[in-house]
Design a protein around this ligand. Structure first.
Ligand code: 0O2
Length: 233
C-alpha cells in the first residue's frame, strides 16, 4: 500500500517554507509510508489472529470486515498546518507525535457488544501501548456519529531499529458503519455544509440505527439462549 495521492506540486504549494529537493520530499514520504504501512500490517495480523481464535473457541467471528488506509501525504501536510506545525518535512517527529491518524484501520463488527470485546483483547496485549480512547458509542458526536476510536502504538521492527508506531482503529457495528459512510458521502458531496433540517434527519437516522443495533443484539442473545448452538461468549 502506498500513499493514495502524491502530487509534489500540490504538497509544495501547501508548504512554501519548504525549500528542499524532491529527493528530500520523497525520503520523508518513504519514511512515513514504510513505518505506518508496517504498523497497519502488524495490527491487521493481530486482529485476524484474535478473530480466528475467537471463532475456534466460540464458533463466532466478531469481525464482519475491515478496511485500512494510509492518510495521503497531502492530507497529512494539510492537517499539520491546521495543528500549527510549521515546516512539517523538517519536523517529522512533531508530525508523527501530533497526528495520530496517519494510519487508520476501520474494524466493522457484527454486533455493538463486539466492539468492546475486540478492543479489550487487543489493548490487553503486553506490547500494545494505548495512546488514546474516544468512545463515541457512549457519547455520540453532535452529528449522531457513533464509533469506538482507539489509538494504539505497536512495535515495528525494521532492519536496525524498532519503532513504536501509532495507528487509529475505529471499531464500528455494521449499522454504525452504514450511517457513517452515507453521512460522510453526503457531507463530502456538499463540501461539509448540510442544511440544518438534513442534519437533524441524519441524526435521527443514527438514533434509529442505534435502536436497531440494540434490537439485533437482543435477538441474537435470544437465539443463542434458545438454540444453545454456540458456546457462551
Ligand atoms: P477519514 O478519511 O475518515 O480518516 P483529529 O482527527 O484528531 O484532528 P478528532 O476530533 O480527534 O480530530 O477526530 P475524531 O472526530 O475523533 O475522529 C475523526 C474521524 O472520525 C473522521 O476522520 C471520521 O472518520 C470519523 N468521524 C468523526 N465524526 C464523524 C461524523 O460526524 N461523521 C462521519 N461520517 N465520520 C465522523 P476524517 O478526518 O473525517 O477522515
Amino acid at each position: 500500500m502506498s500513499f493514495r495521492y502524491y502530487y509534489a506540486d500540490r504538497i509544495r504549494e501547501r508548504m512554501p517554507e519548504f525549500k528542499g529537493t524532491d529527493e528530500e520530499l520523497q525520503k520523508a514520504i518513504d519514511d512515513i509510508s514504510l513505518q505506518y504501512n508496517s504498523a497497519i500490517r502488524v495490527l491487521e495480523t493481530r486482529l485476524k489472529n484474535i478473530s480466528d481464535d475467537f471463532d475456534k473457541q466460540h464458533s463466532y467471528m466478531p469481525i464482519h470486515h475491515e478496511h485500512s488506509r494510509l492518510k495521503s501525504f497531502d492530507s497529512i501536510i494539510e492537517k499539520a498546518a491546521r495543528y500549527g506545525i510549521e515546516d512539517p518535512i523538517n519536523n517529522l517527529d512533531t508530525v508523527k507525535r501530533e497526528i495520530l491518524d496517519i494510519a487508520g484501520i476501520r474494524v466493522v463488527c457484527n454486533y455493538e457488544e463486539d466492539l468492546a470485546i475486540l478492543s479489550d483483547l487487543l489493548l490487553d496485549q503486553e506490547d500494545v501501548e494505548v495512546i488514546r480512547v474516544k468512545d463515541y458509542c457512549d457519547r455520540p458526536k453532535e452529528s449522531g456519529y457513533r464509533s469506538l476510536h482507539v489509538v494504539v502504538a505497536v512495535p515495528v521492527y525494521l532492519v536496525h531499529t524498532k519503532k513504536m508506531v501509532p495507528v487509529e482503529i475505529q471499531f464500528r457495528s455494521i449499522a454504525m458503519d452504514a450511517w457513517a459512510s452515507l453521512e460522510h458521502e453526503l457531507r463530502y458531496k456538499h463540501k461539509g455544509e448540510l442544511d440544518p433540517e438534513i442534519v437533524d434527519t441524519l441524526k435521527s437516522c443514527a438514533e434509529d440505527l442505534h435502536r436497531i443495533d440494540e434490537t439485533m443484539s437482543r435477538v441474537r442473545h435470544k437465539v443463542l439462549d434458545s438454540g444453545n448452538k454456540y458456546n457462551e461468549i
